[in-house]
Design a protein around this ligand. Structure first.
Ligand code: ZN
Length: 118
């Protein structure tokens, strides 16, 4: 009778409440505040922890070209280990390589422990 009734969300149907997000892995609906998908356990991208102001791409480039001088560590604010990296020539390249991989896979963090922005 009254089509406007459609606007009232009954929790089923296609009317998706705005306070619901869908798992990028399995499409399961969940609360935006849920840290993980209750269905498959994938991390909820909408509830991701705050990210760093620094971005992954420049960090990766700096690490690749200037990693021996710890420039990527200065970039994310890790001054002390940046200096340490200069003194050790990037751990003779090994430390730089490890950092580069960490940046690429997204496990490199800034001085506040926040993951780099993608
Ligand atoms: Zn899922």
């Amino acid at each position: 009778m009254n089509e406007l009734q459609m606007n009232q969300n009954d929790g089923h149907g296609d009317g998706q409440p705005p306070n619901k997000v869908f798992c990028s892995e399995c499409g399961h609906g969940m609360s935006p505040k849920a840290p993980n998908c209750p269905s498959c356990g994938a991390p909820n991208s909408a509830a991701m922890e705050p990210v760093s102001q620094k971005s992954m791409v420049p960090a990766a480039l700096l690490c690749f070209f200037l990693g021996t001088f710890g420039i990527h560590r200065f970039y994310v604010g890790k001054i002390i280990t940046g200096i340490l990296m200069i003194l050790t020539l990037g751990g003779l390249g090994i430390w730089v390589l490890i950092n580069f991989v960490m940046i690429i896979v997204g496990s490199f963090r800034d001085k506040d422990g926040l993951p780099l922005r993608r």
